[in-house]
Design a protein around this ligand. Structure first.
Ligand code: GSH
Length: 244
């Protein structure tokens, strides 16, 4: 049985949810409220010692990191549609795209999203904040949550986010060719791994991502947004219904 622990509409969660949807794979969905720090609960850290989402569990075996989860899903469940090229050279070319998403995607969205988490950290008393920070396993994340709490995101962070988004948009604009997908005729994990980030870039950086500044990426994003699987994943965060 497949299970996915995810944070709903977070970019990395959408990556894995979209791959599962495109493959037509059923799974038990476990929604984690990241603003409520569910990702640092001891039981979850046993599955994902990094304290982040998503985590796939397949017959009891936990697999972490959205890029690796998607590769695993396509390799293990190799029924159609195949989401990776079969020859090694094209597969390596595809992985350059998925690595680009993995290396720079989050950097492009974090400075726009994370400052809003301050509303949650503000609800904590000083000792509760210290305890919460103390449960975060990765130092980089601990520092990022501490920065949220002290309202430390500023212009430098916004510039860094913009630069990361620009890097991705520029590479995609140069690499898209005649499309329709990043790997030409074959729709692959390259498209799946990048779209959650590029979708948010269109919202955060409309001056960089529009039909005149980046016509190929803009057209690709429009094609992606028309895919039934993208529509379905974007339409719900899979959070349990709240009691009225
Ligand atoms: N490289 C990891 C990054 C995972 C990641 O940073 N996930 C974010 C959501 S997009 C998260 O869990 N954030 C909550 C936190 O850091 O506390 C992946 O792609 O799975």
């Amino acid at each position: 049985m497949l299970e996915l622990y995810h944070g709903g509409h977070t970019t990395c969660s959408r990556k894995a949810r979209l791959c599962l949807k495109e493959k037509g794979l059923a799974y038990a969905s476990h929604f984690l409220n990241l603003r409520g720090f569910d990702q640092h609960a001891p039981a979850y850290l046993k599955l994902n010692p990094n304290g982040v989402v998503p985590t796939l569990v397949d017959d009891g075996e936990a697999i972490v990191d959205s890029m690796l989860i998607n590769e695993y899903l396509d390799e293990k469940y190799d029924q159609q549609p195949r989401l990776r090229p079969s020859n090694p050279r094209d597969k390596a070319r595809m992985r350059v795209w998925t690595k680009l998403a993995s290396d720079h995607g989050l950097a492009g969205v974090v400075p726009r999203i994370w400052p809003t988490f301050k509303a949650q950290t503000d609800k904590l008393k000083p000792n509760e904040l210290q305890e919460t920070l103390g449960r975060i396993p990765l130092q980089e994340r601990q520092e990022r949550w501490a920065k949220v709490a002290r309202g430390g995101f500023g212009d430098q962070d916004l510039d860094a986010g913009r630069n990361a988004a620009s890097l991705i948009i520029t590479r995609m604009e140069a690499g898209l060719g005649d499309g329709p997908w990043l790997m030409g005729d074959q729709y692959t994990l390259a498209d799946i791994d990048l779209v959650p980030f590029v979708d948010r870039f269109a919202e955060f950086y409309p001056d960089m991502l529009n039909a005149s500044a980046a016509p190929k990426v803009t057209a690709w994003l429009a094609r992606m947004r028309e895919r039934p699987a993208v529509k379905a994943v974007w339409a719900t965060d899979e959070a349990p219904a709240k009691a009225a």
